[in-house]
Design a protein around this ligand. Structure first.
Ligand code: SF4
Length: 245
């Protein structure tokens, strides 16, 4: 993936203005564009920025079939506010086949099974959502993980043949919390129960003080890179160690 360098504003108001300008530019110059919203706190911030500054960008979320009820409640809360959110489900035949091969909780048994589960429940749905689009946006931030230090604000997703934007890349944890509070955004209920990074229910746990933000994801796997393949090129998807763009 080819990254384009930008100067990072030194203050939150500066980073906010830069994000507003970028999403407005994406909405204007790179249609059709889509935002993959996971309903993390940074993603509801980006959702709000898009609705205000680039409402033409389509918003979708990946319902893996194993999400916590609290994620569904949050999706419903935004839908109740009138936001149009496309919900993509995995192909039933693929889930059935995976379950027959690995067992209903087979992601716990091997890295291969876990990657295959993420592939059919997340990556293939993402590919469907991105088909025919010119750009996609994510709420990825450098502060989320040491494994995300190499990301770019704007890059070419060579594997999928479109542009990829991370408008909140340089935002701090405090930036996203401040924006969410100032704009009274509903946020995920599990944050109040010690969760820092929230994915599927069986693959996410709360973290202890001092643990890495991503430590609660696939914790039984130890030191492999904590990613599901959504941000990998196709040839990288089965290699978690190389899963980041
Ligand atoms: S996070 Fe867990 S349940 Fe969700 S798709 Fe990946 S392996 Fe499957």
């Amino acid at each position: 993936m080819t990254g384009i360098q930008h100067q990072t504003p030194a203050t939150f108001p500066g980073r906010l203005e830069a994000a507003k300008d970028l999403v407005a530019r994406i909405g204007h110059d790179h249609q059709p564009a889509v935002f993959a919203c996971s309903f993390s706190i940074e993603d509801v911030v980006l959702l709000d920025l898009l609705l205000r500054h680039a409402p033409q960008v389509e918003i979708f979320t990946l319902d893996t079939g194993r999400l916590p009820q609290e994620t569904h409640d949050l999706i419903a809360a935004y839908a109740d506010r009138g936001h149009v959110i496309r919900v993509l489900l995995p192909q039933p035949d693929a889930v059935e086949q995976w379950t027959a091969e690995y067992g209903v909780n087979g992601f716990r048994h091997s890295l291969e099974a876990r990657r295959a589960c993420c592939e059919i429940r997340k990556v293939r749905s993402l590919d469907r959502a991105l088909a025919g689009k010119k750009a996609w946006l994510t709420g990825l931030r450098r502060a989320q993980s040491v494994d995300r230090q190499g990301l770019s604000l704007e890059s070419v997703d060579e594997g999928r043949g479109l542009l990829k934007f991370n408008p909140l890349l340089e935002w701090s944890d405090g930036d996203v919390r401040t924006y969410a509070q100032q704009n009274a955004l509903p946020v995920h209920a599990l944050y109040d129960r010690g969760y820092a990074s929230i994915g599927c229910a069986p693959c996410t746990r709360a973290i202890a003080a001092g643990e890495d933000v991503r430590a609660g994801r696939w914790w039984w796997e130890g030191e492999v890179v904590k990613e599901c393949g959504l941000h990998a090129r196709p040839q990288q998807r089965n290699s978690a160690a190389e899963a980041l763009s």
